[in-house]
Design a protein around this ligand. Structure first.
Ligand SMILES: Nc1nc2c(ncn2[C@@H]2O[C@H](COP(=O)(O)OP(=O)(O)OP(=O)(O)O)[C@@H](O)[C@H]2O)c(=O)[nH]1
Ligand SMILES: [Mg+2]
Length: 195
């Protein structure tokens, strides 16, 4: 599969406005600013594909991308942004829950990637995110991003800490490309399972 052959599909703030392609999906979730959009750009080798670095909490939409006509990448709105009003958070929860319900109920392979900042301990909101994936029977891995900021021993410690909560952990860096091959393999695996 040619990951560079990626295109933006659609963006929507409500499930009703989202048209999902009939493709296996790799769903990126995580707190605001951890690097979800950056990892999508890394995976596809396309720097400007997903918008990066807007101030945290701004992206409230689900953004969908298509890779090589074969795989859907989903960039979910970030969570855990404290300055967001309560009704915004409710809206986020409804959007995520309904989106994952649809993805989880389709007869197409799907996988979640819970992106974390490798330097920051697991937050309650990350556990809640894992619960969403579990409740919709979507398997997930954790991606500990920004790992180039950690020394080798710190990486090992972070990996162990995250593994206790999430099981499988990929050490990643959108900055250096660490973890890109593993993320791409997950995409390939989803496509093969769908055949
Ligand atoms: N040092 C470092 N910075 C990174 C890495 N990945 C992303 N960043 C930076 O972190 C900031 C946020 O990145 P985004 O990709 O926009 O994060 P996001 O998770 O999509 O954020 P929201 O859309 O707000 O939820 C940007 O300034 C990125 O350049 C990484 O691996 N290392
Ligand atoms: Mg983003």
């Amino acid at each position: 599969m040619n990951y560079q052959n990626a295109e933006f599909l659609t963006t929507a703030a409500r499930l009703a406005d989202l048209e999902l392609p009939e493709l296996p999906s790799l769903v990126f979730a995580g707190r605001s600013n951890v690097g979800k959009s950056s990892l999508i750009n890394l995976l596809t080798g396309r720097k400007g594909l997903a918008r990066v670095g807007s101030s945290p909490g701004k992206t409230t939409n689900v953004n969908l991308f298509c890779v090589d006509g074969s795989l859907m990448l989903c960039d979910l709105p970030g969570y855990g942004y404290a300055r967001r009003p309560h009704d915004e958070r409710e809206r986020w929860a409804r959007l995520i829950d309904s989106f994952l319900a649809v993805v989880g109920n389709r007869k197409l392979p799907a996988m979640g990637v819970i992106v974390l900042d490798g330097r920051i301990p697991v937050q309650d909101s990350d556990r809640v995110m894992a619960d969403y994936f579990r409740s919709h029977r979507i398997p997930y891995v954790a991606a500990a991003n920004k790992c180039e900021k950690l020394k080798s021993a710190e990486r090992t410690a972070a990996e162990r800490r995250f593994a206790e909560v999430f099981g499988t952990v990929l050490l990643c860096s959108a900055e250096t490309g660490l973890g890109a091959d593993e993320l791409r393999s997950i995409g390939e695996m989803l496509i093969h399972n769908g055949r």
